[in-house]
Design a protein around this ligand. Structure first.
Ligand code: BG6
Ligand code: MG
Length: 216
């Protein structure tokens, strides 16, 4: 029996993954590093600074910048990303999300957000769905990022459910791996890409029969 839902944000609740991609691609271009959609998959679910480290390593520039310079580069990317978020509105919820979280609310299934993004609270506000989530994990409180299960375990604890009673929803391989390591039921949200190890794959959340899912 499942009693709590734990959602990733970017690529699950809304398609901000495309804005992260634009902002990293533009920053990469200024550094002479070309970021394509295939490499971009490796950045999904990964924290801002870890993403920058991966990009620099990919471009063979891992030793070029000091810590301070890297902080400035990450800030520059975030400024651009936040600019791209300005037009975000409830119309930007991914198809099926509002229906799904409304059904969870009717059934009194508590929902949490387990996102590596420090921008999660503002994004949920802009989407008009803050009230559907009883807890948002603060990524600054984490010791390890996805694929470590820490973020999912913290969310389950806050919802007062056992990991085996939780369902995790993710669009990134690092996230699916984290959900599996936490011992939760993993639902993968796919577009065209592959996700390995998910218990179930869907294109959109309203493909799921919520009462069936709760019996898993
Ligand atoms: C994750 C995204 O949700 O948040 C990553 O999948 C992103 O691409 C990470 O790097 C951190 O986000 P932010 O908003 O704190 O830079
Ligand atoms: Mg995601």
């Amino acid at each position: 029996m499942r009693r709590g839902f734990i959602f990733d944000l970017d690529g699950v609740i809304t398609d901000t993954a495309k804005y992260h991609y634009i902002a990293w691609k533009d920053l990469g271009a200024t550094l002479g590093i070309t970021i394509d959609p295939v490499f971009n998959e490796q950045l999904k679910g990964i924290s801002r600074m870890d993403s920058l480290d991966r990009i620099l390593a990919y471009g063979g520039k891992e030793t070029v910048y000091s810590k301070e310079e890297k902080e400035q580069l990450a800030e520059k990317k975030n400024d651009h990303y936040v600019e791209l978020l300005q037009t975000l509105s409830p119309a930007d919820l991914l198809p099926g999300v509002k229906e799904f979280i409304s059904q969870a609310k009717e059934r009194k299934i508590p929902c949490a957000i387990a996102s590596a993004s420090k921008n999660a609270p503002v994004i949920l506000e802009k989407l008009g769905v803050t009230g559907y989530f009883s807890y948002i994990v603060d990524p600054d409180t984490l010791n390890r990022g996805k694929p470590d299960p820490e973020i999912f375990l913290k969310a389950a604890e806050a919802l007062a459910v056992q990991p085996q009673e939780a369902v995790g929803f993710e669009d990134a391989q690092a996230g699916i791996d984290g959900i599996n390591a936490a011992g939760m039921y993993a639902v993968g949200i796919v577009e065209n890409e592959k996700l390995l190890g998910a218990d179930q794959l869907v294109y959109r959340l309203d493909e799921l029969a919520i009462d069936e899912l709760l019996k898993k």
